[in-house]
Ligand binder design. Sequence first.
Ligand code: AMP
Length: 240
Amino acid sequence: MTRTQLSMTQAVVLFGSPGSGKGTQANLLKTCLKVPHISTGDMLREHVREGNSLGVKVASTMQAGSLVRDEVVNHLVEERLAEPDALEGFILDGYPRTRTQAEHLCGWLDGRGIREVVIHLIVDYNVIVARLAGRRQCPRCGTLYNIVSNPPRVAGVCDLDGEKLVVRDDDQESVIRQRLAAYESQSRPLIDFFREKGRRLYEIDASDQSPEALSFQVCRTIQSPEVRQPVSPAVSTNDH
Ligand code: AMP
């Protein structure tokens, strides 16, 4: 079956500031929806780890907390979406982040008759700064922890594989500030873009809830009858 024969491709865009919990939610959501989690940040970090030509090209930009060029990211995402496991759906995390990326994605989706749902995770600025500063990651399996809100069972060690946890380079304080500035100037305006274009946008307050409670709410939104209705170009369900 080709993607164009599917009217019910589950395309989810998790949108929000760095530290809003997109990665955690995507991980919980992929189990519930049975579609892959596609994180541009993880894909780019993988290239950097491999030290290939793309990795070398983007490393310093990422290290500075700035955004990688649109053409690079658009190409990466398009290639990933063409893989068979993404045929029935996908969860995008960290993409789109600029207007050019959003236009590219919307064109790609519209060309295939896929109606995405954008979930905007809204989190208080101070909560975000505290979360990013407390974040630790397993360098082997990528699992994220937070020393305050989601600590590992044994301090400093991954629950899943016992690897010593690290602070990601881009979670250092000065880089956090730059990443938040990039979000404010280049990504936050996409909320208006999604609204203006009549894309389906749902906003969820994600400041105080546990990841599991939030995931329940996100899942319920995505699986609600109004979101699951078949493709209909005339319908705009911009509720918020
Ligand atoms: P993330 O893990 O999503 O916070 O991404 C980490 C870093 O990867 C960002 O600070 C950017 O340098 C880069 N990056 C990830 N996704 C994108 C994107 N959609 N556009 C441009 N740069 C990105």
